[in-house]
Design a protein around this ligand. Structure first.
Ligand SMILES: NC(=O)c1ccc[n+]([C@@H]2O[C@H](COP(=O)([O-])OP(=O)(O)OC[C@H]3O[C@@H](n4cnc5c(N)ncnc54)[C@H](OP(=O)(O)O)[C@@H]3O)[C@@H](O)[C@H]2O)c1
Length: 251
C-alpha cells in the first residue's frame, strides 16, 4: 500500500516501537497522531516531531476508546490507518492462585479488548477512505509462549487470530489488515522485570521494527515477522518445541 500521505493513529505511540514507527512514518510524509496515558511522554514526542498531534487516553477504559475515536475522526477526517500498538507485559505466577493476576493492570483489557474495540469503532470510518489499514502489533511470543508472561503471550496469540479473521472479513473493503510480529525489542516494556531476572539480551532496536514495518506495508506483506520472530512464527512443531524449551527451561 501507499506509505505516504496517510493520516495514522498510533496507540501507545509516545515510546518504544510506536515512537520509532511515528518517526519513519513522518519521514515518509504522513500525518501522525498518538495517544497514551502519560502526557509528559506525548509532549516529549511532539517536541521531537512537531507535526505530531496527540490525545491523552487510557485504552483500557471503554469511555476513553470512544473519546479517542471521536477526537481523531472529528479533527482528522482523513484518518486512514490505525496502529494498535499500546501494550503492557506482566509476570504472573499462577502457583500463587490469583495473587499476581489481580495485583496489577489487566493485560487482556490493554492488549486484546482495546485493539478489538478500537478497531470496531474505526472500521466504518476507514471503509469510507480510498485506502486504509489496521496494523496490529502482536509478538513472537504469540506463537511460542514465554511462560513467565503467560497472559501477555496469550493476548498476542489472540491478536494473531483476530487479525487473520479481520483481514478475511474486510477483504472486499478498502481496509487492509496487517500484523507486525516483533522479536524481543529494547524498549520500556516490562523493563523492571528484565532487570530483576538479569536478562542480558535486551533485544533489537525499535528502529529495526519500524523499518521492517514500513517495507512490509509497501509490499502488502500482511504478516510482517521481524528478525528472530520469523523462527517463532514459522517453525515446525518440533522446532517450536525446541525453542519453547530453550526459552522456558530455566524458569
Ligand atoms: N519490547 C518488546 O520486546 C516487544 C516484542 C514484541 C511485541 N511488542 C509489542 O509492541 C508494542 C509496543 O511496546 P513497546 O515494546 O514499544 O513498549 P513501550 O515502550 O512500553 O510502549 C508501550 C506504549 O503503550 C502505552 N500504553 C500502555 N498501556 C496503555 C493504556 N492503558 N492506554 C494507552 N496507552 C498505553 C505506553 O504509554 P503510557 O504508559 O504513557 O500509557 C507506551 O507508550 C506492545 O504491544 C508490545 O506488546 C514489544
Amino acid at each position: 500500500m501507499k506509505i505516504t500521505d496517510n493520516t495514522i493513529l498510533i496507540t501507545g505511540g509516545a515510546t518504544g516501537i510506536g515512537l520509532a514507527l511515528a518517526e519513519v512514518l513522518i519521514r515518509e510524509g504522513n500525518q501522525v497522531l498518538l495517544c497514551g496515558r502519560r502526557k509528559d511522554k506525548l509532549l516529549a514526542a511532539q517536541t521531537k516531531f512537531p507535526s505530531i498531534q496527540f490525545k491523552v487516553c487510557n485504552v483500557a477504559e471503554p469511555k476513553d476508546r470512544l473519546a479517542l475515536f471521536e477526537w481523531a475522526t472529528s479533527n482528522f477526517p482523513n484518518l486512514n490507518i490505525l496502529v494498535n500498538n499500546a501494550g503492557i507485559q506482566r509476570q504472573i505466577d499462577f502457583t500463587k492462585g490469583n495473587v499476581d493476576l489481580l495485583a496489577g493492570e489487566d493485560e487482556i483489557q490493554v492488549n486484546f479488548s482495546a485493539p478489538v474495540q478500537i478497531s470496531a469503532l474505526f472500521i466504518p470510518h476507514m471503509m469510507k477512505q480510498q485506502q486504509a489499514a489496521i496494523i496490529n502489533i502482536s509478538s513472537g511470543l504469540g506463537f511460542v509462549p514465554l511462560t513467565i508472561v503467560p497472559v501477555y503471550s496469550a493476548t498476542k496469540a489472540a491478536i494473531h487470530s483476530f487479525s487473520w479473521s479481520l483481514r478475511h472479513q474486510l477483504r472486499k473493503t478498502t481496509v487492509k489488515v496487517f500484523e507486525v510480529i516483533p522479536p524481543t525489542v529494547d524498549t520500556e516494556l516490562d523493563q523492571g522485570a528484565r532487570e530483576r531476572r538479569r536478562q542480558e539480551y535486551r533485544g533489537i532496536h525499535s528502529a529495526e521494527v519500524a523499518e521492517a514495518t514500513l517495507a512490509g506495508l509497501a509490499k502488502d506483506e500482511y504478516e510482517i515477522s521481524v528478525g528472530q520472530a520469523q523462527a517463532l512464527r514459522s517453525g515446525t512443531p518440533q522446532e517450536a518445541a525446541q525453542i519453547f524449551a530453550r526459552m522456558n527451561g530455566n524458569w
